[in-house]
Structures are given as structure tokens and as C-alpha cells.
Ligand binder design. Structure first.
Ligand code: ADP
Length: 493
């Protein structure tokens, strides 16, 4: 292709916003358009999105970037990355949604999952999918929708179901019904070590095979956009769920390399290469990427509360006016004053998986000030990550370095505290939108701009290194204080 056709358009459809970004093939970000997504909370524990809104806003942002590029002809390829596990239900004739999208955070199927657990189904599900029986994953959400929303049954053969990237590809191409292997691996309907949807799992969750997409590679000729959308057809050549895309964008391409994203929640993935990991410590096994039918795997630890804790301290408790202020507050005191905060505001995720746990602040005295509580909140990020580090190590994935990204890691104090408490170097790229970088790398490989993910990894750019610099005794005191606090929360759950 001519040299001028070297721009990569990335669609990054997150939980709270949808974005389009334009990259040059040497990693320069040429522009970005962003729009917030409406969050619908019809009842406690229920979280829904309007897929028609997601599509309209995605198209609007993408069109802005196509214009910035000087037209569709200047764009070599499109990469898509997305909020995982969220499910969309639509009419294949029109592409219009037939029901609300059920978001990954939605807990409506907690009862159903508990019932399946009681029946002893979890070990089988874990062995086949690498996941646990939790409402977080798509399968129970799809089963619930088919049972409770009559319009889905009435749609008959016209019903199509898929995760968000699948819906976007359907709309962009005008009818291709596909999902990439990383997103498919989060549904709990695919056996992680085999190809295609699994009959036993489809049966268990009450999902007919015919409504689901075809599972495809993360890079290659995924589809061509409808020429009517951007003025000319653009090839879609890369696709992965957001956490997998961030792992690729952090260039964690070799076994053992690990990234942690600190956004609303925190998600840690260690690349395990061609080896399918089997966790004995309640971590998840997931597909990191699939290229030419060959799968690379990752071990994942998901922590539900990270940046949302800072938001809560800011908005509900009024302890600060802005999230970045947490850094100055943490620095304003010599230590945590004996205060520990266990942020189980929506239960505890990995490695505890205690949906009924509730948060606690321990060690309060009259000398406790707001700075101590804010510092304890930031320290909780390193403490939670340290628990994950132990679980990963026990599963045979010992971290040498941690690559961090996400909205929270602009906080230098927190980045240093992570290095101190984990006792390993922590690396932060200058450009922290690693999810978009990963999608650009996949699309670049899929379109032939790069020969391999390794060749595309230069897109990651420069990094800042944080080295451990703390007294071992101080670290031990902190870890012991946290361990005591988190155990009391787990035991009272
Ligand atoms: P998401 O992609 O999950 O929507 P982001 O990666 O944009 O989230 O991260 C935003 C989160 O980071 C917010 O919850 C906010 O409270 C937190 N945050 C942003 N800046 C800081 C900071 N300097 N210190 C601590 N937390 C921060």
C-alpha cells in the first residue's frame, strides 16, 4: 500500500465512555474524540447500557477521526477494543437493539450463579473456561435475558447476541457476526482450550448456539466497513477485549511479563505464553490473544474497587475536591498512623471472591486525620496488588517487574508505593492509554503494517521507572497490618 495510507483508527469502547483515536504507524497520536456513555441503574445491583447510544456515539467519534485523517482513503486499518463481558441483543435484519445491554458490573444473576455453585458446577466450569461461577461473566446474563425478556424469544431466528465488539463489527460492516477469541473467552460459553462454543456450557446456561457469533482471530481480515459510513470501505483488522489489549499495549509479549491497569477497578494480567494456566488460587485463566488460530494465554486477577474508592472518598465523604489531591494528602503525613482501609465496597474480587464482604477502615484514633484515611486508601492499591502477587506466585507466575497504566497511575506517590510494597521495579509508560495502543498494534499486524506484535511494540514509547526504596521492616509492618484488616473483613463476610 502507498506510504500515505498508514494511519490506524482505534475504537476504544469503554464502560464509561467511547473513544476514537488516530495513530500514525510510528505511534504518534494524531487525534482523539470522546463521548460519555449513559449509565442506567434500574434497581440496586442492575447496570445497563443502551447499545443504540453506544453505536451512535462510536460512529460520531470515528467519523471525527476519519475527517482528521483527511478521509477514509488515508486510513490503513481499524482496531477495536471494548469493555468485556457486557452483552448486547439485536435484530439481525436491522442491527437495532432488542433489549438493554447488560453490563459486566450487573449482579442480577447472583442467585442463579449461587444455585449452580451449590449444584457443584463450579469446578467443571472453571476447568473448561478458566473462569468462576460469578455474575461478572456473560453466560448467565444471556440465559437470564432469554428467560425474562419475551421480545428476545419472539425475535426467533432474527435474534443476534454478542459482546460489545461483536455488536460494533456488525454495525460497521452491515452484518458480519463475529467475536474475537479474547472477548469470547470472557463469556463462559467457550472452552478456553478448544475451538468454538461448548455444547455443555451452552446447555448449562440455556443459550442456543445459533444466536452467537463466529469466533475469530484478534488480527487479520475481520471485515470491511460499509462504504456508506466513512465515504469508502476501511478494513477492520484488529480486535481484543480492553484488558487483553492493555497487556499487548504494554508489550507484555513474553511469558511472565505482567501489567496492572488501575482505573475504576484494577486488572492484573500475566502472560503465560502457549501454556494454558490452571489456577489453584482463584485467579482466572484467559486468552491473551489468538493469531493464525494459535492461542496465547494469561492469568488474570480482577479487583473490583480501585479508582472508584478515590471517587467515593471525594464525592460521598468529601475528603478532597479532586482525585489528584490524594497525592498531596498522602505526602502530608509521615505514615498511615495505623489506619488500614479494605475497599470491599462491592464485595472482594481476586483472590478472595467474597461478593458479600463489606469495606472497613480499621485503626482509627483521635489522632487520625483525613490525610491518614486518604493515604490508607492509596496504600490499599499496593496491598491488594501484593495479595495478587502472592496468588500469582503460588500459581507459578512470579513477577519480576510490574507495568502499570490507567487513570490512577498519574499519581507518582502511588506508583512509588507499589514499587516499595511489591519490592520489584514498576514501569509507567509516558502514554498511559495502553488499551488503545494494544488495539493499534493488533490492527497494524492484521493489516500488514507490522510483521509481528514484537515489531509493533515500539508503539508503547518511553517509560518511567520506579525502584523499590523502603525499609524491609516498614514493609513487613504494613503487610501485617493489611493482612489483619483484610482477614477480619473476609471472616465477617
Ligand atoms: P476507567 O477507564 O475505568 O473509566 P480511568 O482509567 O480513566 O478509569 O481512571 C479514572 C479513575 O482514576 C477514577 O476513579 C479516579 O478517581 C482515579 N484517579 C484519577 N486521577 C487520580 C490520581 N491522581 N490519584 C488517584 N486516583 C486518581
Amino acid at each position: 500500500m502507498p506510504k500515505s495510507v498508514d494511519k490506524i483508527l482505534v475504537i476504544d469502547e469503554g464502560t464509561t465512555s467511547t473513544r476514537a483515536m488516530l495513530f500514525s504507524a510510528d505511534g504518534v497520536r494524531l487525534g482523539q474524540a470522546q463521548a460519555p456513555i449513559s449509565q442506567h441503574y434500574p434497581a440496586p445491583g442492575l447496570v445497563e447500557h443502551d447499545a443504540a447510544e453506544i453505536w451512535a456515539l462510536t460512529l460520531k467519534c470515528a467519523r471525527e477521526m476519519v475527517e482528521r485523517a483527511g478521509g477514509a482513503a488515508a486510513i490503513a486499518c481499524i482496531g477495536i477494543t471494548n469493555q468485556r463481558e457486557t452483552v448486547v441483543f439485536w435484530d439481525r435484519r436491522t442491527g437495532e437493539p432488542l433489549a438493554p445491554a447488560i453490563v459486566w458490573q450487573d449482579r442480577r444473576t447472583a442467585g442463579r450463579c449461587a444455585e449452580l455453585k451449590e449444584r457443584g458446577e463450579e469446578p467443571g466450569v472453571q476447568a473448561r473456561t478458566g473462569l468462576l461461577l460469578d455474575p461478572y461473566f456473560s453466560a448467565s446474563k444471556i440465559g437470564w435475558a432469554l428467560e425474562h425478556w419475551p421480545q428476545l424469544r419472539e425475535a426467533g431466528d432474527n435474534l443476534a447476541v454478542g459482546t460489545v465488539e461483536s455488536y460494533l463489527v456488525f454495525r460497521l460492516t452491515g452484518g458480519a457476526h463475529v467475536s474475537d477469541a479474547t472477548n469470547a473467552s470472557r463469556t463462559a460459553l467457550m472452552a478456553i482450550g478448544a475451538s468454538g462454543w461448548d455444547d455443555g456450557l451452552l446447555d448449562l446456561f440455556g443459550v442456543p448456539r445459533t444466536i452467537l457469533p463466529e469466533i475469530v482471530d484478534c488480527a487479520g481480515p475481520i471485515g470491511m466497513t460499509d462504504p456508506g459510513l466513512f465515504g469508502a470501505a476501511i478494513p477492520i483488522t484488529g480486535m481484543a477485549g480492553d484488558q487483553q489489549a492493555a497487556t499487548i499495549g504494554q508489550a507484555c509479549l513474553e511469558p511472565g511479563q505482567t501489567k496492572a491497569t488501575f482505573g475504576t477497578g484494577a486488572f492484573v494480567l500475566t502472560n503465560t505464553g502457549r501454556r494454558l494456566p490452571q489456577s489453584r488460587n482463584r485467579l482466572l485463566s484467559t486468552i491473551c490473544w489468538q493469531l493464525s488460530g494459535e492461542r496465547h494465554y494469561a492469568l488474570e486477577g480482577s479487583v473490583f474497587v480501585a479508582g472508584s474508592l478515590i471517587q467515593w472518598l471525594r464525592d460521598e465523604l468529601g475528603l478532597m475536591a479532586t482525585a489528584p489531591e490524594s497525592e498531596a494528602l498522602a505526602r502530608s503525613v509521615a505514615d498511615n498512623g495505623g489506619v488500614y482501609l479494605v475497599p470491599a465496597l462491592t464485595g472482594l474480587g481476586a483472590p478472595w471472591w467474597k461478593p458479600t464482604a463489606r469495606a472497613a477502615i480499621t485503626g482509627l484514633s483521635f489522632s487520625t486525620g483525613r490525610a491518614h484515611i486518604v493515604r490508607a486508601a492509596l496504600e490499599a492499591m499496593a496491598h491488594q496488588t501484593s495479595d495478587l502477587k502472592s496468588a500469582f506466585a503460588a500459581d507459578g507466575a512470579d513477577w519480576q517487574t510490574l507495568r502499570i497504566d490507567g487513570g490512577m497511575v498519574g499519581n507518582d506517590w502511588m506508583a512509588q508505593d507499589l514499587a516499595d510494597m511489591l519490592a520489584i521495579p514498576v514501569e509507567r509508560p509516558a502514554f498511559v492509554e495502553t488499551t488503545a495502543v494494544g488495539a493499534a498494534m493488533l490492527a497494524g499486524v492484521g493489516s500488514g503494517l507490522f510483521d509481528s506484535l514484537k515489531a509493533a511494540a515500539a508503539l508503547r514509547g518511553a517509560v518511567t521507572l520506579f525502584e523499590p526504596d523502603i525499609d524491609a521492616a516498614v514493609r513487613q509492618t504494613r503487610l501485617a497490618g493489611w493482612s489483619h484488616a483484610v482477614r477480619s473483613v473476609v471472616e465477617s463476610a
